[in-house]
Design a protein around this ligand. Structure first.
Ligand code: CP
Ligand code: NVA
Length: 327
């Protein structure tokens, strides 16, 4: 698979990024290809102007470092601007309806990125607004992170199709989006989670169907070493996600000592396996310090790629045909 062969086509087929399940393989590859081009342009110091005069509203109902900084810096680098809106400050947090918020913002800005709890809130924003809506993380999905992850895997491995990614830990938003994103591109996915914390069966079924169409595989098991066997990419995420702080102790018991990427996982993976983590990470819990700070880890390249991948998302959804001329 050569991403350079995918050229962004305008108008882009998608209006929003709510979940990668809505995007085709071609949509995802166009986005990754554009991200590579935008990254190369930025490294060469070339001006990028496709968001000139445009504003992205960023609504946050949860904390963020990477998502907030990468969207704001990305919009600025593309010649536009971004507006940070915490739900603890805006009227949405005091009960103003999502539908009214969507319609008001649609009169003033050119796109909305939202990090919130319920996927249905994101869908409502998209339904009532008249501008693109981008999922900056919900309890169910984290598609922007997976675009950055796919970009990182491609840069490190030179291909995507035919690889194997192992995810060890909670069957959470990251597990869901990884299963979906990887299966759309023909990457095998093996998830190892304890009983009671397996990925949502509906999303697993979507991923299994995507994989069947690609001739790849999606499997869910209980044994981390079984999942990591022969993997090109090892991935994990926190045991308790944002909003699950009250379950932290219970989860520590369910995951502790077993659901961790460590030297034993590396030993059964491919020799040149890379380690990815969306971050923030808890060393000594879902990953050992030895692995996350060791030679297989590419977590900071991955974090940087949030910027490049999201610039591509904004350029495709908000930049119109400008991207062709200026990116
Ligand atoms: N990975 C990620 O989304 O990081 P933030 O929570 O810091 O945005
Ligand atoms: N699963 C984590 C991801 C953080 C980027 C969470 O939702 O908190």
């Amino acid at each position: 698979m050569n991403l350079a062969e995918y050229q962004p086509k305008f108008p882009f087929t998608q209006r929003h990024l709510l979940t990668l399940q809505d995007w085709s393989e071609d949509d995802i590859c166009q986005c990754l290809s554009l991200a590579l081009r935008l990254k190369a342009m930025q490294k060469r110091g070339e001006a990028q102007t496709c968001l000139s005069g445009k504003t992205l509203a960023m609504i946050f109902a949860k904390s963020s470092t990477r998502t907030r900084v990468s969207f704001e810096v990305g919009a600025t680098q593309l010649g536009g601007s971004a507006l940070f809106l915490s739900t603890s400050d805006i009227q949405l947090g005091r009960g103003e309806p999502i539908s009214d918020t969507a319609q008001v913002l649609s009169r003033m800005v050119d796109g909305i990125m939202i990090r919130t709890f319920r996927q249905s809130d994101l869908e409502e924003l998209a339904k009532y607004g008249s501008i693109p809506v981008i999922n900056g993380l919900t309890d169910e999905f984290h598609p922007c992170q997976v675009l950055a992850d796919l970009l990182t895997i491609y840069e490190k491995k030179g291909t995507l199709k035919g690889l194997k990614l192992a995810f060890v830990g909670d069957g959470n938003n990251m597990a869901h989006s990884l299963m979906i994103g990887c299966s759309k591109l023909g990457i095998d996915v093996a998830i190892a989670s304890p009983d009671g914390y397996k990925p949502n069966p509906t999303y697993t079924a979507w991923a299994v169907a995507n994989a069947a169409a690609q001739g790849s595989r999606v499997t869910v098991c209980t044994d981390p070493l079984e999942a990591c066997e022969g993997a090109d990419v090892l991935y994990t995420d926190v045991w308790a996600s944002m909003g699950q702080e009250g379950e932290a102790e219970k989860r520590r018991k369910a995951f502790g000592g077993v659901y961790q990427i460590n030297a034993a996982c590396l030993a059964v993976a491919k020799k040149d396996a890379i380690f990815l983590h969306c971050l923030p990470a808890h060393r000594g819990e879902e990953v050992t310090a030895e692995v996350i700070d060791g030679p297989h880890s590419v977590i900071f390249d991955e974090a940087e790629n949030r910027l490049h991948a999201q610039k591509a998302v904004m350029a495709l959804l908000m930049g119109g045909g400008q991207t062709q001329k200026n990116a």
